[in-house]
Design a protein around this ligand. Structure first.
Ligand SMILES: NC(=O)c1ccc[n+]([C@@H]2O[C@H](COP(=O)([O-])OP(=O)(O)OC[C@H]3O[C@@H](n4cnc5c(N)ncnc54)[C@H](O)[C@@H]3O)[C@@H](O)[C@H]2O)c1
Length: 317
C-alpha cells in the first residue's frame, strides 16, 4: 500500500511538474496575413484589444485600402462606444491604428510574432506555399492558424514542420460584430497550442467553441447543407414545392431566422457557396447533403453571384 501511495504521489507530482512546465503562450504580437474582408477585421479587433499587429498583403495599395477600411470601421465603433465622449473616441481610434503596422513581406515580419493568423484567398496551394515559407522564418514558439472556411486544416498544416503549433481559427463575417470563433484542433495540435488560442480569442472579446477538423466545422457544416436543401426545394418548384420568396418568408417567420436562405446565399456570395459544396462533394461524393445544384451552378456561370454583382437569386439593381 505504502508503495502504491509513494508511486501515486510520485506520478502526481511529476505530472503536475510537467503541466506546470507546459506554459500557455500569451499572445501579444499577432501577424495577420491577408488584408481583405476577414484579415482586416481580425487585425482591427486584435489591435483594439491591446495586441500589437502586423497586417500583411501583396501590395501597398491593398494595404492602404485595408487600413482605410479599418479606420472607418473603428470610427463606427467609437461613435457608439464613446457616444458621450467624442475625444475619448478619437483617442481610441488613433491608439488602435497606431498598433497596426503593415508589410508586403510576410517572411520578414514573423521572426518575433506569437501568432500568425492566415486569411488569404481560399486556395490550398497558395496557403501551403505561404505556410511552408513562414515555417522557416517564424520563431520556434510561434503558433500558426488558418481562417479557412472550407479547406481541411490538416492539409494546410502538412506544409509545415510545426503541426503541434497549428490549428484553425475560424472567425465570422463581419469580424468586429460576430461573437463566435471556432477553434479547430487537428490530431497533432498540442493542448498548449489549443489552450493558448482559446485564451487569445477570449482576450478579443469573442466566444470560442472547439471542433475537430471536420468539413465545415460546426456552423458551416449545418448551414451549408441547409442552404443547399433550400435550393433543392426551390428546384422542385415545377412539382409544386415552393417559391424562393415563400421559402425565405417561411424561414424568417416560422423559424425566426433573421434572413431567409436565398437572401443569405446572395449575401454570402453564390461563388463561395458553390466552392464549398463542390469541395465537400469531392471529399464525399455519396453524401446526399453534399450534392451540387444545377441552379446554383447556372447562376455562377452567368456571373450572378449575389449582392456583390447586383444579381443572384434576387436582383439588387
Ligand atoms: N468572407 C467570409 O465571409 C469568410 C468567413 C470566414 C472565413 N473566411 C475565410 O477567410 C479567408 C479570407 O477570406 P476573405 O473573404 O477575407 O477574402 P478576401 O478576398 O477579401 O481577402 C483575401 C486577401 O488575401 C490577399 N492575399 C492573397 N494571397 C496572398 C498572399 N500570398 N500573401 C498575402 N496576402 C495575400 C489578397 O490580396 C486579399 O486582400 C478565406 O480562407 C475564407 O475562406 C471568409
Amino acid at each position: 500500500m505504502a508503495f502504491v501511495t509513494r508511486q501515486f504521489v510520485r506520478s502526481v507530482s511529476s505530472s503536475s511538474t510537467a503541466s506546470a512546465s507546459v506554459k500557455k503562450i500569451i499572445v501579444k504580437h499577432v501577424t495577420v496575413i491577408g488584408g481583405g474582408l476577414m484579415g482586416s477585421g481580425i487585425a482591427q479587433i486584435a489591435a483594439a484589444t491591446g495586441h500589437t499587429v502586423v497586417l500583411v498583403d501583396q501590395t501597398e495599395d491593398i494595404l492602404a485600402k485595408s487600413k482605410k477600411g479599418i479606420e472607418e470601421s473603428l470610427r463606427k465603433v467609437a461613435k457608439k462606444k464613446f457616444a458621450e465622449d467624442p475625444k475619448a473616441g478619437d483617442e481610441f481610434v488613433a491608439k488602435t491604428l497606431s498598433s497596426i503596422t503593415t508589410s508586403t513581406d510576410a517572411a520578414s515580419v514573423v521572426h518575433s510574432t506569437d501568432l500568425v493568423v492566415e486569411a488569404i484567398v481560399e486556395n490550398l496551394q497558395l496557403k501551403n506555399e505561404l505556410f511552408k515559407r513562414l515555417d522557416k522564418f517564424a520563431a520556434e514558439h510561434t503558433i500558426f492558424a488558418s481562417n479557412t472556411s472550407s479547406l481541411q486544416i490538416t492539409s494546410i498544416a502538412n506544409a509545415t514542420t510545426r503541426q503541434d503549433r497549428f490549428a484553425g481559427l475560424h472567425f465570422f463575417n463581419p469580424v468586429p460584430m460576430m461573437k463566435l470563433v471556432e477553434v479547430i484542433k487537428i490530431p497533432m495540435t498540442s493542448q498548449k497550442t489549443f489552450e493558448s488560442l482559446v485564451d487569445f480569442t477570449k482576450t478579443l472579446g469573442k466566444h470560442p467553441v472547439s471542433c475537430k477538423d471536420t468539413p465545415g466545422f460546426i456552423v458551416n457544416r449545418l448551414l451549408i447543407p441547409y442552404l443547399m436543401e433550400a435550393i433543392r426545394l426551390y428546384e422542385r418548384v415545377s412539382d409544386g414545392d415552393a417559391s424562393k420568396e415563400d421559402i425565405d418568408t417561411a424561414m424568417k417567420l416560422g423559424a425566426g431566422y433573421p434572413m431567409g436562405p436565398f437572401e443569405l446565399l446572395d449575401y454570402v456570395g453564390l461563388d463561395t457557396a458553390k466552392f464549398i459544396i463542390d469541395g465537400w462533394h469531392e471529399i464525399d461524393a455519396k453524401n446526399s447533403l453534399f450534392q451540387p445544384s444545377p441552379s446554383l451552378n447556372k447562376l455562377v456561370t452567368e456571373n450572378k453571384l449575389g449582392k456583390k454583382t447586383g444579381e443572384g437569386f434576387y436582383k439588387y439593381k
